[in-house]
Design a protein. Structure first.
Lengths: 340, 96
Protein backbone atom coordinates (compact mmCIF):
# COMPACT_ATOMS: atom_id res chain seq x y z
CA UNK A 1 0.00 0.00 0.00
CA UNK A 2 2.19 2.84 -1.26
CA UNK A 3 0.87 6.32 -1.92
CA UNK A 4 2.51 8.42 -4.63
CA UNK A 5 3.52 12.05 -4.10
CA UNK A 6 0.68 14.41 -5.15
CA UNK A 7 3.22 16.65 -6.89
CA UNK A 8 3.60 13.97 -9.57
CA UNK A 9 7.35 13.54 -9.11
CA UNK A 10 7.04 9.76 -9.06
CA UNK A 11 8.37 9.33 -5.52
CA UNK A 12 6.56 7.70 -2.63
CA UNK A 13 4.71 10.05 -0.29
CA UNK A 14 5.88 10.21 3.32
CA UNK A 15 3.23 12.44 4.85
CA UNK A 16 -0.19 13.91 4.46
CA UNK A 17 0.02 17.67 4.83
CA UNK A 18 -2.57 18.81 7.36
CA UNK A 19 -3.10 22.20 5.74
CA UNK A 20 -3.85 20.92 2.25
CA UNK A 21 -4.33 17.15 2.66
CA UNK A 22 -1.74 16.62 -0.10
CA UNK A 23 0.39 13.50 0.11
CA UNK A 24 4.01 14.54 -0.42
CA UNK A 25 7.40 12.85 -0.68
CA UNK A 26 10.32 14.10 1.41
CA UNK A 27 11.83 16.33 -1.27
CA UNK A 28 8.53 17.96 -2.23
CA UNK A 29 7.61 18.38 1.44
CA UNK A 30 10.89 20.15 2.24
CA UNK A 31 10.36 22.41 -0.74
CA UNK A 32 6.73 23.22 0.16
CA UNK A 33 7.51 23.83 3.83
CA UNK A 34 10.57 26.00 3.24
CA UNK A 35 8.90 27.95 0.46
CA UNK A 36 5.86 28.68 2.61
CA UNK A 37 8.01 30.02 5.44
CA UNK A 38 9.95 32.11 2.91
CA UNK A 39 6.63 33.40 1.56
CA UNK A 40 5.45 34.33 5.08
CA UNK A 41 8.71 36.23 5.64
CA UNK A 42 8.62 38.02 2.29
CA UNK A 43 4.92 38.83 2.02
CA UNK A 44 4.86 40.39 5.49
CA UNK A 45 8.23 42.16 5.05
CA UNK A 46 9.22 40.55 8.33
CA UNK A 47 12.93 41.42 8.20
CA UNK A 48 15.12 44.01 6.52
CA UNK A 49 18.57 43.40 5.11
CA UNK A 50 21.31 44.21 7.60
CA UNK A 51 19.22 43.43 10.68
CA UNK A 52 20.49 41.35 13.57
CA UNK A 53 17.88 38.71 14.44
CA UNK A 54 17.80 37.04 17.85
CA UNK A 55 16.32 33.57 17.54
CA UNK A 56 14.67 32.62 20.83
CA UNK A 57 16.20 29.16 21.22
CA UNK A 58 14.87 26.72 23.79
CA UNK A 59 16.38 23.54 22.39
CA UNK A 60 12.86 22.29 21.63
CA UNK A 61 11.44 21.32 18.27
CA UNK A 62 10.09 24.68 17.11
CA UNK A 63 13.14 26.81 17.80
CA UNK A 64 15.53 24.15 16.55
CA UNK A 65 13.72 23.95 13.22
CA UNK A 66 13.41 27.75 13.17
CA UNK A 67 17.17 28.21 13.57
CA UNK A 68 17.83 25.65 10.84
CA UNK A 69 15.32 27.12 8.39
CA UNK A 70 16.26 30.77 8.98
CA UNK A 71 19.90 29.97 8.40
CA UNK A 72 19.01 28.04 5.26
CA UNK A 73 16.67 30.71 3.85
CA UNK A 74 19.04 33.55 4.79
CA UNK A 75 21.75 31.91 2.68
CA UNK A 76 19.51 30.72 -0.14
CA UNK A 77 17.65 33.99 -0.68
CA UNK A 78 20.29 36.46 0.54
CA UNK A 79 18.16 38.05 3.24
CA UNK A 80 21.32 39.74 4.51
CA UNK A 81 20.48 38.97 8.16
CA UNK A 82 22.85 38.31 11.01
CA UNK A 83 21.37 35.47 13.06
CA UNK A 84 22.16 34.85 16.71
CA UNK A 85 20.76 32.30 19.17
CA UNK A 86 19.42 33.53 22.49
CA UNK A 87 18.48 31.09 25.26
CA UNK A 88 16.88 31.75 28.59
CA UNK A 89 17.73 29.55 31.55
CA UNK A 90 14.81 29.69 33.97
CA UNK A 91 16.79 27.94 36.67
CA UNK A 92 14.70 24.80 36.94
CA UNK A 93 16.89 21.90 38.03
CA UNK A 94 16.70 18.96 35.67
CA UNK A 95 14.56 20.77 33.11
CA UNK A 96 16.69 23.25 31.25
CA UNK A 97 20.03 21.48 31.59
CA UNK A 98 19.35 18.94 28.83
CA UNK A 99 17.61 21.35 26.49
CA UNK A 100 20.46 23.87 26.85
CA UNK A 101 22.81 21.08 25.81
CA UNK A 102 20.69 20.68 22.70
CA UNK A 103 20.92 24.43 21.99
CA UNK A 104 24.70 24.20 22.33
CA UNK A 105 24.73 21.44 19.73
CA UNK A 106 22.65 23.66 17.45
CA UNK A 107 25.18 26.43 17.94
CA UNK A 108 27.96 24.17 16.72
CA UNK A 109 26.05 22.50 13.90
CA UNK A 110 24.57 25.69 12.48
CA UNK A 111 27.58 27.82 13.36
CA UNK A 112 25.50 30.55 15.00
CA UNK A 113 26.62 32.53 18.07
CA UNK A 114 24.78 31.61 21.27
CA UNK A 115 24.09 33.61 24.43
CA UNK A 116 22.48 32.07 27.50
CA UNK A 117 20.91 34.37 30.08
CA UNK A 118 19.44 33.16 33.33
CA UNK A 119 16.54 34.42 35.42
CA UNK A 120 19.10 34.64 38.19
CA UNK A 121 21.21 37.07 36.10
CA UNK A 122 18.21 39.11 35.03
CA UNK A 123 15.95 39.08 38.07
CA UNK A 124 18.04 37.71 40.91
CA UNK A 125 15.75 34.70 41.31
CA UNK A 126 15.75 31.22 39.79
CA UNK A 127 12.41 29.50 39.16
CA UNK A 128 13.37 26.91 41.78
CA UNK A 129 13.72 29.73 44.34
CA UNK A 130 10.45 31.29 43.20
CA UNK A 131 8.59 27.99 43.55
CA UNK A 132 9.88 27.73 47.11
CA UNK A 133 8.24 31.10 47.78
CA UNK A 134 4.97 30.86 45.87
CA UNK A 135 4.28 27.13 45.73
CA UNK A 136 3.26 25.28 42.62
CA UNK A 137 0.00 27.00 41.89
CA UNK A 138 1.02 30.34 40.46
CA UNK A 139 4.59 29.71 39.44
CA UNK A 140 3.73 29.57 35.72
CA UNK A 141 2.60 33.19 35.93
CA UNK A 142 6.07 34.23 37.09
CA UNK A 143 7.83 32.07 34.55
CA UNK A 144 5.71 33.28 31.63
CA UNK A 145 5.96 36.97 32.50
CA UNK A 146 9.69 36.78 33.17
CA UNK A 147 10.41 34.81 30.02
CA UNK A 148 8.64 37.28 27.80
CA UNK A 149 10.78 40.11 29.09
CA UNK A 150 13.95 38.04 29.36
CA UNK A 151 14.16 37.50 25.61
CA UNK A 152 13.74 41.20 25.08
CA UNK A 153 16.36 42.18 27.62
CA UNK A 154 18.78 39.66 26.16
CA UNK A 155 18.16 40.79 22.59
CA UNK A 156 18.80 44.42 23.58
CA UNK A 157 22.04 43.41 25.31
CA UNK A 158 23.11 41.75 22.07
CA UNK A 159 22.17 44.82 19.99
CA UNK A 160 19.56 42.89 18.02
CA UNK A 161 16.91 44.57 15.88
CA UNK A 162 14.24 41.91 16.04
CA UNK A 163 13.38 38.73 17.95
CA UNK A 164 12.19 35.66 16.06
CA UNK A 165 10.30 33.00 17.97
CA UNK A 166 9.21 29.51 16.99
CA UNK A 167 5.50 30.06 17.63
CA UNK A 168 3.69 27.83 15.15
CA UNK A 169 0.18 27.78 13.71
CA UNK A 170 -1.07 25.47 16.48
CA UNK A 171 0.27 27.88 19.13
CA UNK A 172 -1.36 30.85 17.43
CA UNK A 173 -4.74 29.06 17.13
CA UNK A 174 -4.50 28.07 20.78
CA UNK A 175 -3.70 31.63 21.84
CA UNK A 176 -6.58 33.04 19.79
CA UNK A 177 -8.99 30.64 21.53
CA UNK A 178 -7.53 31.45 24.95
CA UNK A 179 -7.84 35.18 24.47
CA UNK A 180 -11.37 34.72 23.20
CA UNK A 181 -12.32 32.56 26.18
CA UNK A 182 -10.82 35.08 28.59
CA UNK A 183 -12.36 38.08 26.86
CA UNK A 184 -8.90 39.57 26.46
CA UNK A 185 -9.72 41.78 23.49
CA UNK A 186 -6.42 43.65 23.36
CA UNK A 187 -4.42 40.43 23.16
CA UNK A 188 -6.93 38.85 20.78
CA UNK A 189 -6.18 41.69 18.42
CA UNK A 190 -2.41 41.52 18.87
CA UNK A 191 -1.85 37.77 18.92
CA UNK A 192 -2.58 37.17 15.26
CA UNK A 193 -0.03 39.56 13.82
CA UNK A 194 3.06 38.11 12.16
CA UNK A 195 5.18 40.71 13.86
CA UNK A 196 4.32 42.64 16.99
CA UNK A 197 5.96 45.86 17.84
CA UNK A 198 5.22 48.72 20.07
CA UNK A 199 7.15 51.79 20.92
CA UNK A 200 10.14 51.20 23.13
CA UNK A 201 10.27 47.47 22.51
CA UNK A 202 11.89 45.20 19.96
CA UNK A 203 9.62 43.74 17.30
CA UNK A 204 8.85 40.05 17.66
CA UNK A 205 8.41 38.00 14.52
CA UNK A 206 6.74 34.63 14.06
CA UNK A 207 8.02 33.09 10.81
CA UNK A 208 6.15 29.84 11.65
CA UNK A 209 2.81 31.55 12.14
CA UNK A 210 1.26 29.44 9.36
CA UNK A 211 3.40 26.32 9.87
CA UNK A 212 1.62 23.36 11.46
CA UNK A 213 3.25 21.68 14.41
CA UNK A 214 2.92 18.33 12.64
CA UNK A 215 5.00 19.63 9.74
CA UNK A 216 7.63 21.17 11.99
CA UNK A 217 8.03 17.92 13.90
CA UNK A 218 8.14 15.78 10.76
CA UNK A 219 10.60 18.19 9.15
CA UNK A 220 12.87 17.75 12.17
CA UNK A 221 12.32 13.99 12.09
CA UNK A 222 13.11 13.49 8.40
CA UNK A 223 16.04 15.93 8.49
CA UNK A 224 17.27 14.28 11.71
CA UNK A 225 17.51 17.62 13.49
CA UNK A 226 18.55 17.32 17.07
CA UNK A 227 16.04 18.67 19.57
CA UNK A 228 15.06 18.01 23.12
CA UNK A 229 11.55 17.36 24.39
CA UNK A 230 10.71 17.48 28.03
CA UNK A 231 8.01 18.29 30.48
CA UNK A 232 8.42 21.15 32.87
CA UNK A 233 8.73 19.63 36.32
CA UNK A 234 6.36 22.24 37.72
CA UNK A 235 2.63 22.30 37.03
CA UNK A 236 1.69 23.12 33.45
CA UNK A 237 -0.59 26.03 32.63
CA UNK A 238 -3.92 24.24 32.99
CA UNK A 239 -5.99 26.76 31.08
CA UNK A 240 -3.67 26.69 28.09
CA UNK A 241 -3.73 22.89 28.32
CA UNK A 242 -7.50 22.88 27.73
CA UNK A 243 -7.22 25.26 24.77
CA UNK A 244 -4.45 23.10 23.38
CA UNK A 245 -6.43 19.86 23.73
CA UNK A 246 -9.37 21.53 22.00
CA UNK A 247 -7.21 22.65 19.07
CA UNK A 248 -5.72 19.16 18.73
CA UNK A 249 -9.14 17.48 18.89
CA UNK A 250 -10.47 19.83 16.22
CA UNK A 251 -7.42 19.18 14.05
CA UNK A 252 -8.02 15.42 14.30
CA UNK A 253 -11.61 15.93 13.08
CA UNK A 254 -10.74 18.42 10.36
CA UNK A 255 -7.11 19.33 9.87
CA UNK A 256 -7.77 22.73 8.33
CA UNK A 257 -9.35 23.87 11.62
CA UNK A 258 -6.06 25.37 12.79
CA UNK A 259 -5.53 27.59 9.78
CA UNK A 260 -9.25 28.45 9.84
CA UNK A 261 -9.05 29.65 13.45
CA UNK A 262 -6.06 31.84 12.52
CA UNK A 263 -7.93 33.20 9.53
CA UNK A 264 -10.94 34.03 11.71
CA UNK A 265 -8.67 35.65 14.30
CA UNK A 266 -6.97 37.79 11.67
CA UNK A 267 -10.25 39.11 10.35
CA UNK A 268 -11.66 40.11 13.73
CA UNK A 269 -11.82 43.86 14.11
CA UNK A 270 -12.53 45.68 17.32
CA UNK A 271 -15.50 47.96 16.91
CA UNK A 272 -15.04 51.68 17.33
CA UNK A 273 -15.23 53.04 20.82
CA UNK A 274 -13.86 49.97 22.63
CA UNK A 275 -11.40 51.14 25.24
CA UNK A 276 -8.11 49.24 25.13
CA UNK A 277 -5.27 49.44 27.62
CA UNK A 278 -2.74 51.99 26.44
CA UNK A 279 0.70 50.52 25.71
CA UNK A 280 3.40 52.50 27.40
CA UNK A 281 6.62 51.82 29.23
CA UNK A 282 7.23 50.67 32.78
CA UNK A 283 8.36 53.52 35.00
CA UNK A 284 10.62 51.16 36.93
CA UNK A 285 12.46 49.19 34.23
CA UNK A 286 11.57 50.98 31.01
CA UNK A 287 10.25 47.93 29.20
CA UNK A 288 6.95 47.91 27.40
CA UNK A 289 3.91 47.78 29.69
CA UNK A 290 0.23 48.65 29.68
CA UNK A 291 0.57 49.82 33.27
CA UNK A 292 2.68 52.39 35.08
CA UNK A 293 4.74 49.50 36.41
CA UNK A 294 5.03 46.33 34.35
CA UNK A 295 3.85 42.93 35.54
CA UNK A 296 7.43 41.63 35.82
CA UNK A 297 8.40 44.48 38.16
CA UNK A 298 5.27 44.03 40.26
CA UNK A 299 5.92 40.28 40.57
CA UNK A 300 9.55 40.93 41.41
CA UNK A 301 8.66 43.55 43.99
CA UNK A 302 6.32 41.03 45.62
CA UNK A 303 9.10 38.44 45.76
CA UNK A 304 11.63 40.89 47.14
CA UNK A 305 9.19 42.06 49.81
CA UNK A 306 8.66 38.49 50.89
CA UNK A 307 5.04 38.71 49.72
CA UNK A 308 5.20 36.73 46.49
CA UNK A 309 1.45 36.49 46.07
CA UNK A 310 1.08 40.26 46.10
CA UNK A 311 0.65 40.46 42.36
CA UNK A 312 -1.28 37.26 41.75
CA UNK A 313 -4.88 37.87 40.82
CA UNK A 314 -5.94 41.47 41.38
CA UNK A 315 -2.74 43.10 40.31
CA UNK A 316 -4.30 46.56 40.40
CA UNK A 317 -4.35 46.34 44.16
CA UNK A 318 -0.68 45.37 44.26
CA UNK A 319 0.13 48.09 41.79
CA UNK A 320 -1.66 50.68 43.90
CA UNK A 321 0.25 49.56 46.98
CA UNK A 322 3.62 49.63 45.26
CA UNK A 323 2.85 52.95 43.65
CA UNK A 324 1.76 54.49 46.93
CA UNK A 325 5.11 53.52 48.41
CA UNK A 326 7.03 54.82 45.46
CA UNK A 327 5.10 58.06 45.29
CA UNK A 328 5.91 58.72 48.89
CA UNK A 329 9.53 58.76 47.80
CA UNK A 330 9.31 60.67 44.60
CA UNK A 331 8.58 64.17 43.51
CA UNK A 332 7.34 63.30 40.05
CA UNK A 333 3.80 62.82 41.22
CA UNK A 334 2.17 64.65 38.36
CA UNK A 335 3.78 62.64 35.58
CA UNK A 336 2.61 59.39 37.07
CA UNK A 337 -0.90 60.72 37.54
CA UNK A 338 -1.00 61.57 33.87
CA UNK A 339 -0.51 57.96 33.01
CA UNK A 340 -3.50 56.81 35.03
CA UNK B 1 6.05 -11.49 14.18
CA UNK B 2 8.64 -8.95 15.19
CA UNK B 3 7.80 -5.26 15.30
CA UNK B 4 10.00 -2.33 16.27
CA UNK B 5 8.45 0.49 18.29
CA UNK B 6 10.08 3.85 18.87
CA UNK B 7 8.78 6.57 21.19
CA UNK B 8 10.15 10.10 21.05
CA UNK B 9 9.35 13.79 21.37
CA UNK B 10 8.52 13.18 25.04
CA UNK B 11 6.28 10.12 24.45
CA UNK B 12 9.11 7.98 25.86
CA UNK B 13 8.47 9.54 29.27
CA UNK B 14 5.31 7.41 29.44
CA UNK B 15 7.32 4.26 28.72
CA UNK B 16 9.89 4.36 31.47
CA UNK B 17 12.03 6.75 29.39
CA UNK B 18 12.91 3.88 27.04
CA UNK B 19 12.70 4.97 23.42
CA UNK B 20 13.35 1.78 21.49
CA UNK B 21 11.38 -1.43 21.98
CA UNK B 22 11.35 -4.60 19.88
CA UNK B 23 8.30 -6.72 20.49
CA UNK B 24 7.12 -10.15 19.38
CA UNK B 25 3.49 -10.67 18.53
CA UNK B 26 1.76 -14.01 17.85
CA UNK B 27 2.09 -14.38 14.07
CA UNK B 28 -1.02 -16.53 13.70
CA UNK B 29 -3.23 -13.54 14.53
CA UNK B 30 -3.85 -10.49 12.36
CA UNK B 31 -2.56 -7.31 13.97
CA UNK B 32 -4.17 -4.03 13.10
CA UNK B 33 -2.79 -0.76 14.48
CA UNK B 34 -5.91 -0.59 16.62
CA UNK B 35 -5.05 -3.93 18.20
CA UNK B 36 -1.40 -2.90 18.57
CA UNK B 37 -2.40 0.24 20.48
CA UNK B 38 -4.36 -1.89 22.91
CA UNK B 39 -1.43 -4.25 23.27
CA UNK B 40 0.88 -1.30 23.98
CA UNK B 41 -1.53 -0.02 26.60
CA UNK B 42 -1.65 -3.40 28.35
CA UNK B 43 2.01 -4.33 28.03
CA UNK B 44 4.28 -1.30 27.68
CA UNK B 45 2.59 1.86 28.89
CA UNK B 46 3.92 2.69 32.33
CA UNK B 47 1.97 5.76 33.37
CA UNK B 48 -0.79 8.23 32.58
CA UNK B 49 -2.44 6.25 29.73
CA UNK B 50 -4.66 9.26 28.95
CA UNK B 51 -1.58 11.10 27.69
CA UNK B 52 -1.03 8.41 25.07
CA UNK B 53 -4.49 7.16 24.20
CA UNK B 54 -7.85 8.81 23.79
CA UNK B 55 -10.45 6.08 23.36
CA UNK B 56 -9.13 3.67 20.73
CA UNK B 57 -7.00 6.36 19.09
CA UNK B 58 -3.63 7.81 19.97
CA UNK B 59 -4.11 11.13 21.63
CA UNK B 60 -4.36 13.92 19.07
CA UNK B 61 -0.94 15.55 18.85
CA UNK B 62 0.98 12.27 18.84
CA UNK B 63 2.29 11.58 15.34
CA UNK B 64 2.57 8.01 14.10
CA UNK B 65 4.86 6.78 11.34
CA UNK B 66 4.75 3.32 9.79
CA UNK B 67 8.04 2.40 8.10
CA UNK B 68 8.99 6.08 7.98
CA UNK B 69 5.72 7.28 6.46
CA UNK B 70 2.82 9.14 8.08
CA UNK B 71 0.23 6.56 9.17
CA UNK B 72 -2.48 8.81 7.73
CA UNK B 73 -1.31 7.53 4.33
CA UNK B 74 -1.80 3.87 5.20
CA UNK B 75 -5.16 3.75 6.93
CA UNK B 76 -4.26 4.65 10.53
CA UNK B 77 -6.03 2.21 12.89
CA UNK B 78 -6.90 -0.18 10.05
CA UNK B 79 -3.32 -0.69 8.91
CA UNK B 80 -2.31 -4.36 9.21
CA UNK B 81 1.13 -4.94 10.64
CA UNK B 82 3.76 -6.91 8.72
CA UNK B 83 6.78 -8.70 10.11
CA UNK B 84 9.71 -6.28 10.75
CA UNK B 85 7.52 -3.19 10.58
CA UNK B 86 8.92 -0.08 12.25
CA UNK B 87 6.39 2.05 14.09
CA UNK B 88 7.39 5.46 15.43
CA UNK B 89 5.35 7.55 17.88
CA UNK B 90 6.40 11.20 18.20
CA UNK B 91 4.69 13.37 20.75
CA UNK B 92 4.22 17.01 19.81
CA UNK B 93 2.56 17.73 23.13
CA UNK B 94 5.74 18.26 25.07
CA UNK B 95 7.44 21.59 25.15
CA UNK B 96 11.05 22.58 24.73
Amino acid sequence: MVVQCSAGCGCNAVLKRPKTNDALCKTCFYWAFETEVHHTIMSTKMFQSGQVVAIGASGGKDSTVLAYILKHLNEKYNYGLKLVLLSIDEGITGYRDDSLESVKRNQEEYNLPLTVLSYKDLYGWTMDDIVKQVGRKNNCTFCGVFRRQALERGAILLNCDVIATGHNADDVAETILMNLLRGDIARLQRCTSHITSSEGSLPRAKPFKYAYEKEIVLYAYFKKLDYFATECVYAPDAYRGHARALVKDLEALRSTSIIDIIHAGEQLAIKDGVKLPKQGVCSACGFVSSNVICKACVLLEGLNRGRPKLAIGKSNKALAEILADRLANTASLSSVQDQF
Amino acid sequence: MEVSLNFSGGAELLFGKIKQHTISLPAEETWSMKKLLNWIKDNLLKERPELFLQGDMVRPGILVLVNNADWELVGQLDYLLQNKDEIVFISTLHGG
